[in-house]
Design a protein. Structure first.
Lengths: 186, 186
DNA sequence: GTCTATAGGCAGATAGAC
DNA sequence: GTCTATCTGCCTATAGAC
């Protein structure tokens, strides 16, 4: 791996972490450069603007999401895939209590901006919805699959906001149990 | 009404609008002063800092929420109160598609900050949860009331995020219908 | 009470030596 | 490819005339 790739990757990783923990708008290029241990002026060799870093972070998140889905897609059990999706929210519930859901926070913040960035963020959430819909279809839910996917994703996003607001992972843990039970009844 | 009250109220109203439409962090005191038609330097006669404006906006939102609840509390029909709450989200769905839910956006953004402000925002959402729980108790749901309130509020907040992300009020409209049906079954 | 002018600091972005 | 120094502009906040 070349140095170019290495530093670039470190900057994206640092930006992703800070965007999640502090928010995109508050995070400065100096913050990112400092965390990535890259001199501020050097950032502009890898990214032409803050906006292009944001886009790179979105694409990084896309890869991460696709990897998670790929790791669950190998499961034989149809409902097990959706259970894994829900349980993943429990795994990250402490971070969610401190900083919110990474994807939800990003969409919330970027959707108020105009242009390319808001669109890019929305396609991320769309991929999540599509994957869930695919799982429900594999369960034979047919036309209902879209609605079920919408219910699942919005429920997890909503409880993530409450978990952040009240700074308590219990909200997410409890709602996940409810959703796993719900999964058996639909 | 004194001039003091008038200008102060205009500043709070302008800040509330801009915080919702752009986000708290992006909004500058110059933006607020301009929209309220108050000279920038004069803002500091009414508020000692940006933080104190944010707190004033939160308290303004609290009054608004309490007024809405009071207007629904006069309804005789127990379920009708909760239906009014849900239908209110439909009424504001176009704004939600553009700027997100006002309360949810505020909590999302402020919860990542430390200190007094995050706490103040969380008590707003808590009041909403408490009101819903009270309504479910009036319906005789007893111990289940807290869980039901949590389901209702998180579902509305989650779908508000999707509505914003995909810039389409339909998400909120559809989910509201689902929730009103759900209300009959619980 | 009101408003202009501006201080002081920090943001994004660039120039140019190495 | 790398990094220091810095430009330019905007932000919060203040000073002080009226």
């Amino acid at each position: 791996m070349s140095k170019r790739t290495d530093k670039r990757a470190r900057l994206i990783e640092a930006a992703d972490k800070l965007f999640h923990e502090q928010g995109v708008n508050i995070t400065t290029l100096a913050n990112i450069a400092s965390l990535a241990d890259v001199p501020l002026g050097n950032v502009y060799y890898y990214f032409k603007s803050k906006e292009s870093i944001i886009l790179a972070v979105i694409e990084q998140r896309r890869k991460l999401i696709q990897q998670q889905f790929a790791s669950w897609d190998v499961l034989d059990n149809n409902k097990g895939r959706l259970r894994s999706f829900i349980e993943h929210f429990v795994t990250t519930s402490p971070q969610t209590a401190s900083y919110g859901d990474a994807l939800g926070s990003l969409c919330q913040e970027l959707s108020k901006q105009t242009g390319e960035i808001a669109l890019a963020a929305s396609t991320l959430l769309k991929e999540v919805l599509n994957w869930c819909e695919t799982q429900f279809k594999a369960l034979g839910k047919g036309e209902k699959s879209e609605t079920l996917a919408l219910n699942l994703v919005s429920s997890l996003q909503g409880i993530s906001l409450l978990t952040l607001t009240f700074k308590d992972p219990k909200y997410l843990e409890k709602q996940s149990q409810t959703l796993i039970q719900w999964l058996e009844t639909v």
